[in-house]
Design a protein around this ligand. Structure first.
Ligand code: NAD
Length: 468
C-alpha cells in the first residue's frame, strides 16, 4: 500500500524545507523529496551559503593584505591557504545542511532521497537514487524544485575551464585570468571572491550596464568601485563562441560590431537561472507552465491549475531569492492549515554581497519615474557618517525615494558597508507603509551606520540632513 501524507513537498531548498517544517509544526504529516544527498537545495549546498563563506574569507584576506596599514597595524607574511579556505566553506555548508536534517527529525518530517514526479492530484511517484520506484498518496503536493543555471549555447559548460557558479565555488587554484560572462549577482559576487584572492577578473556583459535590476545610479557606483578594486568591465559585449588553446580559453565576442577576444584560464558563465521543471511530470499531469520562461502560474494561495498541486519559490513569478521562497513556504503551510498567509512581493529586499555591499527594497528611481509619480530623493553619503569614518568604510550612500505628495517611502537603495543588515529597517518601514518622516523621527543609535538612513530620510522629507 502506498505511504500516505497530508503534504508531499518536492524539493528541499529554502522554499521546500521551510514549507515542510512549518506544515509539520501545523500538525500535518509531511514528506519532503530531494534527489541531492544533502538537504537545503541550491542555496545551502552550492549557492548563497558557500558563496558567502568564500566572500567573508576572501574579504578578510583582502583586509589583512591591503587595508590594515591605515589602522596602524602591520601584517607581514600574509599568505593564502586555499585548501583550508575551501574546507572551511565546505564545513559551513555541512553544518547547515546537517542542521536541516536535524530539524526534519525534530519536526517529524520524512526526508526521502530521490526524484519526485506528479502523477496527478494526490499522487507522487518517487524514483529513489538507486532507480527503485514507489508511489506516495498526498493530500497536497507542493512543487519547490527551484532553479538551475542557464547555459549559453555559444559557450557550453565543460565543468573544468568553462564553468557555472557551482564549480567556481571550488577552483583548486586561483585562476590567473578569470573571464566572467554576465555582470549580475553571481558574476559580481564570485568575481569579487577570485579578484580578492589574486585573479585578474574580466566581466563580459551583454547589456550597456551591469546589474540590470538595480537602481542605475547605484549600479554605476558599483561598477566604479569594483573597477578600482581591479575588475575590468566590458559592456555591450555579446559572447559568440569559445576556443580552447592548451590550458587557456579564448572567448570570442562582438562589441560595437567588432570582434573581440578575451583570454583566460577559467570562464565563469553566470547569465541567469531557469526554473527546474524537468522530470516533474508537468505535461503528463496537465500542470500549466510558460514554455518560454518555464515559470508555473499560481494564484495568491500558491495553487496551480491542477487541484491540490501548489508551487512556489523560483518556479513561480517574482525574484529568484532564497528568502522569497522561504517566506512563501511559511505562507503556503499556514494557508494549508486554514490560517492566514501572504507574501508582499513589493517589499522583498535584495542584497548583493560584494564590498561595499548593495541592498535595496521597493522601486528603483527608473521605476518610480516610469510610474509617473511625483517623487523626492533623499541621499546621504557614508563619508559624512561618524561611524563609517571610524571603520574606514566611507564609500557609498543611502538613497531613499518617496512620494512627493504623501512622503510615503517608495524605495530604498544602500551601497555601503553592512548594507545587507541595514536594509531590514527599510523593509519594516515599507511594509507598514511608512514615510520618510517616520524614519527620520525614529531614534538611530549613535554612532552607527544606520544613522545615515535617518539622515537620508530627513533629506527626502525636509530637503536637509543635519550632518551634510
Ligand atoms: P542575473 O540575472 O543576476 O545576471 C545575469 C547577467 O548576465 C545579466 O546582467 C545579463 O544581462 C547578463 N547576460 C545574459 N546573457 C548574456 C550573454 N549572452 N552575454 C553576456 N552577458 C549576458 O543572473 P545570475 O548572476 O546568474 O544569478 C542568477 C540568479 O541567482 C539571480 O536571479 C539572482 O536572483 C540569484 N542570486 C542571488 C544572489 C543574492 O541574492 N545575493 C546571489 C547570487 C544569485
Amino acid at each position: 500500500m502506498a505511504q500516505s501524507y497530508d503534504l508531499v513537498v518536492i524539493g528541499a531548498g529554502p522554499g521546500g524545507y521551510v514549507a515542510a517544517i512549518r506544515a509539520a509544526q501545523q500538525g500535518k504529516s509531511v514528506a519532503c523529496i530531494d534527489k541531492r544527498g544533502a538537504l537545503g537545495g541550491t542555496c545551502l549546498n552550492v549557492g548563497c551559503i558557500p558563496s558567502k563563506a568564500l566572500l567573508d574569507s576572501s574579504e578578510l584576506y583582502e583586509i589583512a593584505s591591503h587595508r590594515l596599514g591605515r589602522h596602524g597595524i602591520s601584517a607581514t607574511g600574509v599568505s593564502l591557504d586555499l585548501p583550508t579556505m575551501l574546507k572551511r566553506k565546505d564545513g559551513v555548508v555541512k553544518s547547515l545542511t546537517d542542521g536541516i536534517a536535524f530539524l526534519f527529525k525534530k519536526n517529524k518530517v520524512t526526508a526521502i532521497h530521490g526524484s519526485g514526479k506528479v502523477l496527478g492530484s494526490g499522487k507522487v511517484e518517487v524514483t529513489a537514487n538507486d532507480g527503485t520506484k514507489s508511489t506516495l498518496d498526498a493530500g497536497a503536493i507542493l512543487l519547490a524544485t527551484g532553479s538551475e543555471v542557464a547555459a549559453l549555447p555559444s559557450l557550453p559548460f565543460d565543468g573544468k575551464q568553462i564553468v557555472s557558479s557551482t564549480e567556481a565555488l571550488s577552483f583548486d587554484s586561483v585562476p590567473k585570468d578569470l573571464i566572467v560572462v554576465g555582470g549580475g549577482y553571481i558574476g559580481l559576487e564570485l568575481g569579487s571572491v577570485w579578484a580578492r584572492l589574486g585573479s585578474k577578473v574580466k566581466v563580459v556583459e551583454f547589456l550597456p550596464r551591469i546589474l540590470p535590476l538595480t537602481d542605475t545610479e547605484i549600479a554605476a557606483m558599483v561598477q566604479k568601485s569594483l573597477t578600482k578594486q581591479g575588475m575590468e568591465f566590458n559592456l555591450n559585449t555579446k559572447v559568440t563562441g569559445a576556443k580552447k588553446v592548451g590550458n587557456r580559453v579564448q572567448v570570442q565576442a562582438e562589441s560595437d560590431g567588432k570582434q573581440v577576444t578575451f583570454e583566460g584560464d577559467r570562464v565563469l558563465v553566470a547569465v541567469g537561472r531557469r526554473p527546474n521543471v524537468a522530470g516533474l511530470g508537468l505535461d503528463e499531469a496537465g500542470i500549466k507552465y510558460d514554455t518560454k520562461t518555464l515559470k508555473i502560474p499560481v494564484n495568491d494561495r500558491f495553487e496551480t491549475n491542477v487541484k491540490g498541486v501548489y508551487a512556489l519559490g523560483d518556479l513561480t513569478a517574482g525574484p529568484m531569492l532564497a528568502h522569497k521562497a522561504s517566506e512563501e513556504g511559511v505562507a503556503f503551510a499556514d494557508m494549508l492549515a486554514g490560517q492566514y498567509g501572504h507574501v508582499n512581493h513589493a517589499t522583498i529586499p535584495s542584497v548583493i554581497y560584494i564590498w561595499p555591499e548593495v541592498s535595496s527594497v521597493g522601486l528603483t528611481e527608473e521605476q518610480v519615474k516610469e510610474s509617473g509619480t511625483e517623487y523626492r530623493v533623499g541621499k546621504f553619503p557614508f563619508s559624512a557618517s561618524g561611524r563609517a569614518k571610524c571603520m574606514d568604510e566611507t564609500e557609498g550612500l543611502v538613497k531613499i525615494l518617496t512620494n512627493a505628495k504623501t512622503d510615503r517611502v517608495l524605495g530604498v537603495h544602500i551601497f555601503g558597508a553592512r548594507a545587507s543588515d541595514m536594509i531590514a529597517e527599510c523593509v519594516t518601514i515599507m511594509e507598514f507603509k511608512g514615510s520618510a518622516e517616520d524614519i527620520a523621527r525614529i531614534v538611530h543609535s549613535h554612532p552607527t551606520l544606520s544613522e545615515s538612513i535617518g539622515e537620508a530620510a530627513r533629506v527626502a522629507w525636509l530637503g536637509k540632513a543635519i550632518h551634510a
